[in-house]
Design a protein around this ligand. Structure first.
Ligand SMILES: [Zn+2]
Length: 302
């Protein structure tokens, strides 16, 4: 287990890079307010990459499992009562952010938002485990859709490689700790198919919270430990400061002996204990949805 953790840490560290430019136009640098009552509805396309398995078998995930994953995402982001995403914590937020599967393709055809791709018939792209690589199979414009690729990794990567997301370039502090694509490079979220939606796998990540976590990054959230610094961690005052990677499901102490918020979606903790985005985290994501041009275009009516 420890080896797995170290591999995960090295793997995750390799994925982060730093860039400086902001994906905001010069005249857009005056921050826009985030109206408290606005509900953001964001369209998703799920590119299901598989090797020719029938629908519902292995990485060719069933429609039901995909629909349930989108439902889970909404339960978590909207803190829906009577679901795993509910909490009664005083800092727990209903982010007022919702997700829907796309109903139109980029060329205007009808779709259910699930794009199945048999990659055994396609040329293997170069690049590493990144949206840049998987976008070579298919990619829809990131100012109209959130691209999610479910990746057919083999079972040896189960519980080790979970997911990866590009982050938005904004003027929010700590943005440099996100995985920022170069200008014009594909943006989106990768999820190891084993961890997409609910399943019976024997693993800490089997209730669909990998997508919740990665969506947090996609909308500008850092891990609670940020750059592993007690003073400058995730720039959210209502997530107790911690300066190490938070795994597991048991109470643990962070900076100044304060209890770590193990139930926060932005940890590496077990899916079963996760149920909180805080008010500051919600504000940060809503700020991105107002101020980042591409993320704003996802919900703004043309
Ligand atoms: Zn993460």
């Amino acid at each position: 287990m420890k080896t797995q953790i170290y591999i995960s840490i090295i793997f995750l560290m390799l994925l982060f890079s730093c860039q400086e430019e902001l994906d905001m136009e010069p005249d857009e640098n005056i921050p826009r307010e985030t109206p408290d009552n606005r509900i953001y509805k964001l369209p998703i396309v799920v590119h299901v990459l598989h090797h020719g398995e029938p629908v519902g078998e292995g990485p060719n995930l069933s429609d039901e499992r995909i629909l349930r994953q989108i439902e889970t995402l909404n339960e978590d982001f909207r803190k829906k009562p009577d679901t795993r995403g509910y909490n009664d914590h005083s800092d727990g937020a209903d982010t007022m952010i919702e997700f829907v599967l796309a109903d139109k393709t980029p060329n205007g055809s009808k779709t259910n938002g699930i794009n199945r791709l048999d990659i055994s018939r396609m040329e293997e792209p170069s690049f590493g485990y990144s949206p840049k690589r998987f976008a070579e199979y298919d990619y829809w414009p990131s100012n109209q859709y959130i691209n999610v690729w479910t990746i057919p990794l083999d079972d040896s990567m189960m519980c080790i490689a979970l997911g990866e997301a590009t982050g938005p370039k904004t003027d929010l502090p700590g943005t440099e700790h996100l995985s920022l694509p170069a200008p014009g490079e594909p943006e989106g979220i990768l999820i190891n198919w084993n961890h997409f939606g609910e399943s019976e796998i024997n693993c800490h990540a089997r209730f669909g919270r990998t997508l919740t976590h990665e969506m947090g990054h996609y909308l500008g959230l850092l891990h609670p430990w940020g750059a592993k610094n007690c003073d400058l961690n995730d720039y959210c005052e209502d997530t107790p400061a911690v300066d190490y990677f938070v795994f597991g499901k048991h109470p643990q102490a962070g900076c100044n002996g304060e209890a770590v918020m193990i139930q926060n979606y932005m940890n590496y903790t077990h899916d079963e204990v996760m149920n909180i985005f805080t008010n500051d985290q919600a504000y940060r994501m809503r700020y991105v949805l107002e101020n980042h041009l591409g993320r704003r275009a996802l919900w703004e009516k043309k």
